[in-house]
Design a protein. Sequence first.
Length: 263
Amino acid sequence: MTRKAATSSPTAHGATVSYPDFAALYETRHGMFGGGRVLWDDGAPPAPAADPLRLTDAEWRAKRKGELADAAVDKLVQKVIDLEADAHKLRQRQTPEGSRVLTADEARAYDAYVALGKPETLKTELETGKAAVTERDTLKRSAEIAAVADVAKAKTSVLTERLNLGELTAKVQGEGDTKAVHVFDKGGKDLGELRTYADQHWADYVPALFPQGGSPQGQGTVVTPQAGAGTAGASTGPTGYAAQVLAARQAAANPTPPSGGTA
């Protein structure tokens, strides 16, 4: 078998290493004319390069050690400096414990919040504002209930208590002779005229709610017995009995003359 002269190649350190020509790695298995040349490893194809993403930590370290074994010292020093610089930048970007990274929108919202003032000042102003709004709404509702109570001839305090308890509102509907107060639920549904609704749902409170007997605007009418009316249906209590006796005595002292006759 014929061997070619050895060749040489410089390393990363600048040294020259001699090695035989790759043709010397071949041999004839069956003599000079016994077929084509084959590799010493019985002709097996070279192993594929390992996927860096599939290497274990130990395999990766061994691979890198082999790759850097013949590297020049100045290149290794520069690589170490670059790695340390990258590590320093990463440490600066690392989120401290107990904190969080904000998105761009969150960062803008946070800057706007900080510009409003200190948190304790904002809390005080917010609570003061809520109290003012609550007071305003309470006064406004009280004025509205007082207005409808005047139309319905109802007592404002009783009407306020009943409406608040049921989360209801009362509004004046119609104009002129058709004007009447109606009750509405919190969804805005008309539950009907106030006096009718009160008779159906607040029967025990009607005397206190309408101390004057209601109003003529569809709120019901109170009938007062006239003087001289018959005693039918009158109270059977002591007061009613005394009234009956007094009426009988007056009738005996002043008898009604016969129709068409003379006294």
